[in-house]
Ligand binder design. Structure first.
Ligand SMILES: NC(=O)c1ccc[n+]([C@@H]2O[C@H](COP(=O)([O-])OP(=O)(O)OC[C@H]3O[C@@H](n4cnc5c(N)ncnc54)[C@H](OP(=O)(O)O)[C@@H]3O)[C@@H](O)[C@H]2O)c1
Length: 315
């Protein structure tokens, strides 16, 4: 791929770190837009607050690709204050970027916007590709998440310049190698080692996921394939039930058996861990139809291979 000038907003988080390392290796020119000092000194940093326009807009000059990852972590209790924080942290930076782009003379080639596979309806059925049904389900307790995710995508399409290709990245949970609070692999590994790696809730709910390497390479693929636009699912082709996933964790970390955690226990645990059970009990069965139809070669299609690669050598 010819080197691109790429601006990452919300660059200091889990996915921003992955993409930064990946794209630096590929020889792209990177810029970071962040509220804090960059963890990556090799990249030019533009400071902003995600709310107000200002000198940071120089970051957009000459940029080919904008990647907006801004959004506070959903791993919290959905109190009224947190709901507002989660919403503002997604809507305001998106709106601000759109306003700044509107006043720019040169056209932006591509805007990659973080979104989530959570948008699709809870299902134990055949699953959803990009044309799947969106919305909440009381069994999944996901009314707020859907409201948040929908407002986030709506804002993106409202401000996306008409001459710019836009893709909303409906991403499933990204499994990575590094220690990061947003790397679910770390949380599940910790629980498994503590003997808490039993199936969760009913255990039949599907888990959609993607290996960090496929996540990064899918973004490269999208950059190269100009026909790809609008909503795109970033998830491995084989989602699996929670009970199968936990069994693979137990096998990987040599815990032959763990007590299953029924929903009532999960509610209690979630309260003490200051999080929501929806992140576990919702059945997310999502398929990356657009990526597959365009020929994207997934390196890790099956969870066992991804776990084996990411956890290799750790017990
Ligand atoms: N990780 C996953 O598996 C996954 C899956 C699906 C969707 N997503 C979405 O993808 C995005 C990136 O995920 P991540 O795991 O990298 O999350 P993360 O580690 O929490 O990083 C998100 C970044 O958003 C920025 N941010 C937070 N609040 C902000 C605010 N009020 N104003 C402006 N920027 C703000 C921060 O950037 P700075 O500190 O640099 O300013 C932060 O580093 C998130 O929106 C997340 O919801 C993630």
């Amino acid at each position: 791929m010819t080197p691109k000038r790429i601006l990452i907003a919300g660059a200091n988080g889990f996915l921003g770190g992955l993409l930064t390392r990946h794209w630096l290796e590929q020889g792209h020119e990177l810029r970071h837009l962040s509220r804090r000092e960059s963890a990556q000194p090799a990249v030019k940093l533009y400071r902003w607050d995600g709310v107000q326009r200002g000198e940071w807009e120089a970051a957009l000059e000459g940029v080919d690709v904008l990647v907006n990852l801004c959004g506070a972590s959903v791993n919290c209790r959905y109190t009224p204050a947190n709901r507002k924080r989660l919403m503002d942290s997604r809507i305001l930076p998106t709106r601000l970027l759109g306003e700044a782009l509107r006043d720019r003379e040169e056209a932006l080639e591509l805007w990659l916007q973080a979104s989530t596979a959570t948008l699709y309806k809870h299902t134990l059925g055949t699953g959803w590709d990009e044309s799947g049904e969106l919305g909440s389900d009381p069994r999944a307790k996901d009314a707020f998440s859907i409201e948040l995710a929908q407002a986030w995508e709506d804002e993106f399409y409202a401000v996306l310049p008409s001459n710019c290709r836009g893709v909303s990245l409906r991403t499933a949970m990204v499994l990575g190698r590094g220690e990061d609070p947003n790397n679910v692999l770390c949380t599940l590994r910790r629980l498994t080692r503590l003997g808490l790696g039993g199936s969760m809730g009913k255990g039949n709910q599907y888990v959609s996921w993607i290996h960090e390497q496929d996540f990064c390479q899918a973004l490269d693929w999208i950059m190269e394939h100009r026909e790809l636009r609008d909503a795109l699912n970033l998830s491995a082709p084989h989602p699996l039930p929670n009970r199968d996933m936990m069994q693979l964790f137990r096998k990987q970390y040599h815990r032959p058996w763990s007590l299953p955690a029924p929903e009532a226990l999960l509610e209690l645990g979630a309260f003490f861990m200051r999080t929501e059970t929806e992140l576990i009990i919702k059945s997310r069965r999502v398929f990356p139809a657009k990526l597959q139809q365009s020929g994207f070669p997934f390196r890790y299609s099956h969870f066992a291979d991804a776990l084996n690669d990411l956890a290799g050598g750790t017990h």
